[in-house]
Design a protein around this ligand. Structure first.
Ligand code: MN
Length: 254
């Protein structure tokens, strides 16, 4: 079993090290991740410039590959032959949950999508550490242990074809987590606000600011499961077709 570990927060992010350490207990691991933070970069394929790869050392002394590409590039390169055959791609552990519409922005999730495009199972792991006090660093240990439990299950069962898992883990101790629940994608409520400022030369520039997003706390969804203290496992597919809308649109006369 050869597991590729990547993320969207950059190769030195603590969540990636914790995930790689747990994966090493059950498989051969290659770490191949972006050399910088690509959070909220969406699904990227870098075609207009070359991609550079360099070897680096993680804080635990293990070696890793870092690339100036996006998270999805960091999956594509290994799966295209940079390393020997990969059986599973795991991405994370992202410091914040990726629920509802977040998955369309998330580099953590799109890395797992890239795996599925190449015919390799992919799992994205995110930790709801926004729920911890802001002044203490996140402890990824419990989430990494939970990730290993899920990976072991995936290895044993196999994933349905064209399926990736979007896993969100509550910020709790392993003992305090209530269990695992299979969920559907819920609804995020974004509270973005335009923050217009003026640079020293009098020209306006803009930030997408505002408050942190909330969600519609509905049972059966990723949002609801996290709020109740469960690990949320959402099976995702890349077919984004709105089949119900097809019936409506087929009635249009062009
Ligand atoms: Mn991230």
């Amino acid at each position: 079993m050869h597991i590729l570990v990547t993320n969207d927060d950059g190769v030195q992010a603590p969540g990636l090290v914790a995930l790689a350490q747990e994966m090493r207990k059950i498989a051969t691991v290659t770490v191949f991740a972006p050399d910088r933070n690509w959070s909220a970069s969406g699904h990227v394929k870098t075609l207009e410039r070359p991609l550079r790869v360099h070897e680096t050392t993680l804080v635990d002394g293990s070696s890793a590959f870092a690339s100036d590409g996006a998270p999805s590039d960091c999956v594509a390169l290994p799966l295209l032959g940079f390393v020997e055959k990969v059986d599973l791609v795991v991405s994370g552990i992202n410091p914040f949950s990726n629920i509802g519409h977040d998955i369309t922005y998330s580099g953590t999730v799109t890395a797992a999508m890239e795996a599925v495009i190449s015919g390799v199972p992919g799992i994205a792991f995110s930790l709801a550490s926004q729920d911890k006090p802001a002044n203490i660093p996140a402890d990824y240990g419990p989430a990494a242990q939970i990730a290993r439990v899920i990976v072991e299950r995936v290895i044993a069962e196999g994933l349905p074809k064209d399926t990736l898992l979007n896993v969100n883990i509550p910020y709790l101790s392993v003992e305090a987590v209530k269990g695992f629940v299979i969920t559907r994608q819920g609804l995020r409520v974004y509270r973005d606000a335009l923050d217009k400022r003026v640079d020293p030369r009098g020209r306006p520039y803009y930030w997408i600011g505002g408050e942190a997003p909330t969600g519609v706390n509905e049972e059966g969804t990723d949002v609801g499961a996290l709020a109740e203290g469960y690990v949320s496992i959402t099976p995702l597919q890349l077919d984004l077709t709105n089949y119900k809308a097809m019936d409506t649109l087929k009635k249009w006369v062009f």
